[in-house]
Design a protein around this ligand. Structure first.
Ligand SMILES: [Zn+2]
Length: 286
């Protein structure tokens, strides 16, 4: 529990530094993906400190984080189609305020697809000891469930599992690039383990239109796009997280997939390309 608190405190420190708050100060950002509308539910914009990075060099820091910080944000995403409302992750606790801004009541949420179970992704699911979303079915990977079920830092996740136990769906994600059945209509799940043992990414598809929602594949876009080999102290297994990041980046470039991420600054969505100048990748926000 002590470690859990430390993690929560450090994530709060990461995201509460001065910055924009789009959710409070302007209209919510949405993007069409075929028949779906995807809305960014922003909880914070701020700066992360270079002390959170693993595997940097003085040259990397000087070039990509010269002030010793990097832009960061925290988002969840709302995916809507034909009267159905699905969340991808659930933020830290400002979720219901953001949903109000999107004119959605908690009882109108049909599903919550979790990338993983850190506090900044499941924090919005509980109010005190009660489930916030009375009708939402909750989906997460088998490995993620197994890990948090017994983890010494798993108190918050176990409360969520208990509160949603009658509508908790545990599944085995597909291998990236392999064939996959949708978890729910329009959304497929692929393993991208490492940040947590069962961390996954979701691919939203509607005809030819697609969006890969990559959870915590990155936390420091300014550094990890040019240098995907840089990990974060939040990664449970940094070397596996690096492998997953490299594989997903290669996959989205090869397939020209637009992406959304829970810690990508500003609107959280954009496109990724190879960047010959750095030998890594370049991200352009929508
Ligand atoms: Zn996170």
């Amino acid at each position: 529990m002590k470690n859990c608190l430390i993690l929560l405190v450090s994530i709060t420190t990461l995201v509460n530094l001065p910055g924009l708050n789009l959710a409070q100060n302007s209209a919510l950002f949405s993007r069409k993906v075929g028949q779906y509308t995807v809305t960014t539910l922003t909880e914070s914009q701020g700066q992360g400190n270079k002390s959170l990075l693993i595997g940097t060099t003085p040259e990397i820091l000087e070039r990509y984080a010269p002030e010793g910080t990097f832009p960061n944000a925290t988002h969840a995403y709302l995916v809507q189609s034909q009267g159905r409302n699905v969340l991808i992750d659930a933020g830290m606790g400002k979720l219901t305020t953001n949903l109000e801004a999107a004119k959605i009541k908690p009882e109108q949420i049909d599903g919550i697809l979790l990338t993983h179970c850190h506090g900044d992704h499941i924090g919005g699911m509980m109010k005190n000891e009660t489930a916030v979303f009375p009708n939402a079915h909750v989906y997460l990977s088998q490995k993620e469930y197994e890990y948090w079920k017994t983890s010494t830092r798993g108190d918050q996740a176990r409360k969520v599992f208990e509160a949603y136990k009658d509508r908790l769906h545990i599944f085995e994600p597909a291998t990236l690039g392999g064939s996959a059945d949708p978890i729910i209509p329009g959304l497929k799940a692929f393993a991208a383990y490492g940040h947590t043992p069962g961390h996954i990414v979701y691919l939203l598809e509607s005809g030819p239109e697609k969006l890969l929602i990559w959870g915590d594949l990155t936390h420091a876009m300014a550094v990890q796009m040019p240098c995907p080999q840089v990990a974060l102290t939040y990664d449970v297994d940094p070397s596996e997280a690096i492998k997953s990041r490299k594989a997903v980046l290669e996959y989205v470039v090869k397939n020209k997939l637009p992406v959304a991420g829970m810690h990508i600054p500003l609107n959280g969505m954009g496109k990724v390309e190879n960047d010959p100048a750095t030998g890594g990748y370049r991200f352009t926000a929508f």
